[in-house]
Design a protein around this ligand. Structure first.
Ligand SMILES: C[S@@+](CC[C@H](N)C(=O)[O-])C[C@H]1O[C@@H](n2cnc3c(N)ncnc32)[C@H](O)[C@@H]1O
Length: 237
């Protein structure tokens, strides 16, 4: 191709890019719509026929616990506690006296707006004024603060024992990605990871996808709940 034609094409490409950046619509709703079909592609690649699907998340927890944990001791790390509903359920499911349940949360709500298709939960949504859930179980403890400020020092002292269960219920892409990447060394094969807002395609879904591609990790889907992969349980390979 003649040099002048190459230059003209390169210039056209750059000008088109700038024009699209300037006049295009930067819309979270549009982004969500455009990305939603990725869930179906993911389903075809990751969810074999017959994978259990439940109506309620608690039924999914009960199934995963009964099938994969039984009476064994677990370390349960929950990222996103709010008033403690899910950590309360897990600690009542697993009665092993050696089990430990750690709940991480700012207890001041979300660190940034959670932009979703159906509107927006603004920064500080889920704020409980620093009040920790009241759970009458010595095995349960809480780590208040931003994950980004608390997880490093927690991990310096943490010695894993037995089956690890990680519950990502932090809603945001940034929080979920931080947790997954920071925990990578702990997510050994067999680790169970539960997501609470998996089908929020630009958030927990994207965080898992980006984490797995950046860290070359793979997993098997154990079960899902609530419509189309609202909640998900996986096991790391
Ligand atoms: C949906 S709520 C958790 C609900 C809870 N698991 C339940 O079952 O009721 C999400 C929580 O994640 C917390 N969160 C999100 N990102 C965080 C971060 N980076 N650091 C600390 N807390 C965070 C928020 O404070 C909020 O309480």
């Amino acid at each position: 191709m003649a040099r002048s034609l190459q230059d003209a094409l390169a210039s056209f490409r750059i000008k088109s890019k700038v024009a699209i950046a300037k006049v295009g619509v930067d819309s979270r709703r549009l982004d969500t719509l455009v990305n939603l079909p990725k869930i179906e592609t993911w389903r075809r690649e990751h969810v074999p026929a017959g994978t259990p699907a439940f109506d309620e998340r608690t039924a999914m927890y009960d199934h995963v616990h009964a099938e994969l944990i039984g009476d064994a001791a677990i370390d349960y790390l929950e990222f996103g506690v709010f008033q403690g509903d899910s950590i309360r359920h897990w600690s009542s499911l697993n009665k092993n006296p050696e089990s430990r349940f750690f709940g991480f949360d700012s207890f001041e709500g979300l660190p940034e707006d959670w932009k979703r298709f159906d509107g927006q939960m603004v920064k500080a949504h889920f704020d409980v004024d620093g009040v920790l859930p009241d759970i009458d179980d010595d095995r349960v403890s809480f780590v208040p603060g931003w994950f980004q400020h608390t997880l490093d020092s927690f991990l310096e002292k943490f010695e894993p024992q037995g089956q690890l269960v990680v519950h990502v219920d932090s809603d945001l892409y940034s929080s979920a990605l931080y947790v997954l990447t920071r925990l990578d060394a702990l997510l050994v094969p067999g680790t169970i990871v539960v997501f609470d807002e998996f089908s929020s395609v630009l958030n927990e879904f994207q965080a898992l996808d980006n984490y797995c591609s950046a860290y070359m990790r793979e997993y098997d889907v154990l079960a899902s709940a609530w419509h189309y992969f609202g909640h998900l349980a996986i096991r790391m390979r």
